[in-house]
Write a new protein. Structure first.
Length: 386
């Protein structure tokens, strides 16, 4: 056997050995990571056994679940906008230079690109549909993503509130993981990420009230009143949370998904006032008609307003509306109900179009963009008024 052939064989064997060693090393890392996770879950006050404790309300309603589901499936044409909603395309160049002041770009639904203290945070990023692929036709976007994830400036961290499909998107997680971005997630959610190939060292998992610092920006996982699960049989095996994000000059709150509860007052008392509160909103139940979304761990507009008051926030930025149809009410009903609530409290609403950027160093003036003549006309053709 020639020396060349020997060298080639040894080289192949060496590569195979290195590959097997690498796989074994990765397996050991995942095993260690899961052991740490299980130990933390066992010690967490938010878990009982291996299940996160859910405390969602149970409100009596005249609408049965069958009626709600029938309306959701059979009457979607009356609930959705008659045509794709407008958006502001994001120019990546406009976000190229980092911002010391608070700067926020709405990517639609509950997805936000938040900047402060020259750091970039991507919150609950979803760019596609909000469901398993088999049901994607029911959960397509009403408005296009204002930018491709590949064109967005690379975030310093991705912040996740819980594991539902409209807040945690596998394809997006895989994309940014390959770029070396770190993920800040509730306790247990790291298991999903690791299953998708994200390295354990890129994942930071949080129980409620735990904090971390991202080069001058403090992230604190705070309580929420929701649930979790992606596959039907994994209900509440991971935690959910809201987030407090603070620099030395700015402070914002992100609700994630949650029913109203005393945690908003707790958070407001503990962290003081906020410059901006991103809070989810759904439609109010009116005259006993409509399903109370708090039974699903969400908030009617009146609850959103009360949460804003409890938090002692300066401005209210409603999220979780318009981009997808997730409830059995018209797409614009939540925001119109919230406007009515704001007229009672004098709340400062911030309502940008999807893709618009709010820059705190400038005057913040937003419009009720969904009330433009062409959208009002389209709504009237469906038989209702904005």
């Amino acid at each position: 056997m020639s020396n060349t052939l020997k060298a080639s064989i040894l080289s192949v064997v060496g590569v195979m050995g290195a590959h097997q060693w690498s796989r074994a090393d990765t397996g050991n890392e995942l095993t260690k990571s899961e052991a740490i996770r299980q130990e933390r879950i066992a010690q967490s006050e938010q878990f009982s056994g291996n299940k996160a404790i859910t405390r969602m309300p149970s409100v009596d309603t005249n609408e049965s679940m069958t009626t709600v589901l029938w309306k959701f499936v059979s009457q979607r044409g009356e609930l959705k906008p008659s045509k794709p909603l407008p958006y502001q395309p994001i120019n990546p160049v406009a976000l190229e230079q980092r911002s010391e002041a608070l700067r926020v770009t709405w990517l639609g639904h509950s997805s936000l690109f938040v900047e402060m203290a020259n750091k970039r945070l991507l919150i609950d990023p979803v760019f596609e549909y909000a469901s398993p692929w088999i049901a994607q036709r029911l959960f397509l976007r009403n408005v296009s993503a204002p930018i491709a994830r590949e064109d967005l400036p690379l975030p310093d961290a991705i912040v996740i509130s819980h594991d539902h499909y409209d807040h945690l998107e596998e394809s997006t997680a895989r994309y940014f993981a390959a770029k070396g971005v770190e993920f800040y997630v509730p306790l247990g959610v790291g298991r999903h990420l690791e299953n998708w190939g994200v390295a354990p060292q890129q994942i930071k998992e949080f129980d409620w009230w735990e904090s971390a610092n991202v080069d001058g920006v403090e992230l604190t996982a705070t309580p929420a009143n929701h649930n979790s699960g992606r596959k039907g049989f994994d209900a509440n095996t991971t935690l959910w949370c809201s987030w407090v994000i603070r620099s030395d000059k700015h402070s914002v709150f992100y609700s994630g998904d949650t029913a109203y509860d005393t945690h908003f007052k707790q958070i407001g008392d503990k962290f003081g006032s906020f410059d901006l509160a991103f809070i989810e909103v759904a439609a109010n139940v009116k005259e006993g008609k409509g399903y109370p979304v708090e039974n699903w761990g969400h908030m009617q507009a009146k609850h959103t307003m009360q949460a804003y008051v409890d938090l002692n926030a300066d401005m209210l930025f409603p999220v979780h509306w318009s981009t997808y149809e997730l409830f059995a009410h018209r797409w614009d009903e939540p925001i119109n109900d919230l406007i009515a609530e704001s007229e009672k409290t004098g709340a400062h609403l911030v309502t940008p179009m999807v893709g618009e950027t709010i820059d705190y160093k400038n005057d913040i003036n937003t419009t009720f963009w969904w009330k433009t003549p062409e959208i009002k006309l389209a709504s009237a053709q469906l038989g209702y008024q904005n």
